[in-house]
Write a protein that binds this ligand. Structure first.
Ligand code: SIN
Length: 348
């Protein structure tokens, strides 16, 4: 009886045997528009996170020619509702799945709204060289020209390709391959929404063939120093979106809410307005780490004003505010030393 129970338990953990000699790809489903449905094929409003992973896989029978896949329903929600706890749990699950010797690669279906944030978090915390490819869709599964099935097939193609080993976490959408660090969502509705405005795409799926142009120069996944197995809770880091007339009231609210870090999505080259400056300067003196990012979607935030350096603000480099927030959260799990965190922003 005990033996039977342990066989059942083991089967629950590693699933049934893989069916073929093709690469073994696990598909973890988190939700989003790729699993969304509307009342009709032309209706603009729809509900994200409605279809289960097996339905998504069954809709793309061509996958069977590329890989042997197994689905796992991790969550089924709109990605705008994901929490820090959710992505921490996902990273832990990804590490468990990647540690299974029979798994060659992982595909994660996910909503597009925060896809880049989860991808970046996993890029810094997944302890594996196995390919991890994230994918979403801009149109729900019921739409007249749904992009989800083709994106899912491309994601599996990318994950199953031996060239993808050691490339870190990637996002495959609209026939393009992007690394998690540089990609961002640039359009609210178009299927070409995902772009890397400063660094460009790293590859393409051209007529079903995976073609790489370049790789990220930054350390990631197995080379990263961040270890989620030691993290139970991510520290609070808030993003302040700056604007004409910013008087620091939102920065003050973040401080009063107990933020351990603040990312200022500043105007232009990470500008901290003279009205906001005293609030952030005091925040640093009180032990809060402040990062200067930019609300402009492209470019590299440089250190450009002596009083900002003197105040101890850290430059985000080419990380956008939402990715700066993720890196700052992970950095704060290791240290509060501004100099060390500054080096992490230069490194990753
Ligand atoms: C979501 O992010 O879950 C909804 C939007 C999308 O997937 O495109």
């Amino acid at each position: 009886m005990r033996k039977l129970l342990s066989v059942i338990a083991l089967t629950a953990v590693i699933g049934t045997a893989w069916a073929s000699d093709l690469p073994n790809v696990r598909i973890l489903a988190v939700g989003g528009t790729i699993a969304g449905t509307a009342a009709s094929s032309t209706q603009a409003s729809y509900k994200a996170g409605q279809l289960g992973v097996e339905t998504l896989i069954a809709a793309v029978p061509e996958i069977k020619n590329v890989a042997d896949v197994k689905g796992e329903q991790f969550l089924n929600i709109g990605s705008g509702n994901l929490t820090d706890d959710n992505i921490l749990a996902l990273a832990k699950r990804v590490n468990e799945v990647a540690a299974d010797a029979s798994t060659d690669a992982i595909v994660i279906t996910h909503g597009t709204d925060t896809l880049e944030e989860t991808a970046w978090f996993l890029n810094l915390t997944a302890k594996t060289t196995k390919p991890i490819v994230m994918v979403g869709a801009m149109r729900p599964a019921t739409a007249i020209s749904a992009d989800g099935p083709a994106n899912l097939l491309d994601a599996v193609r990318c994950a199953a390709d031996s060239q993808s080993v050691g490339k870190g976490v990637m996002i495959v959408m609209n026939n393009e391959i992007h690394n998690a660090r540089d990609v961002t969502k640039m359009d609210v509705t178009e299927v070409s929404a995902f772009q890397a405005p400063t660094a460009g795409a790293i590859g393409r799926i051209a007529a079903g063939k995976v073609v790489y142009f370049k790789s990220s120069t930054r350390p990631h996944t197995a080379q990263s120093e961040f270890d989620v197995s030691k993290i139970e809770k991510l520290p609070r880091v808030d993003i302040i979106y700056s604007h004409l007339g910013d008087d620091g009231v939102l920065a003050q609210a973040a401080i009063e809410s107990g933020a351990k870090g603040i990312v200022n999505a500043g105007t232009g080259n990470g500008t901290v307005s003279k009205h906001l400056f005293p609030t952030l300067e005091k925040a640093v003196k009180d032990g809060i780490v402040v990062v200067r990012a930019s609300r402009v979607p492209s470019g590299v935030v440089t250190t450009s004003k002596p009083d900002w350096d003197k105040a101890g603000f850290i430059s985000s480099g080419s990380l956008n505010p939402q990715k700066s927030r993720i890196l700052l959260q992970l950095a704060l799990t290791k240290t509060q030393d501004k100099k060390v965190i500054e080096k992490m922003f230069e490194k990753y």
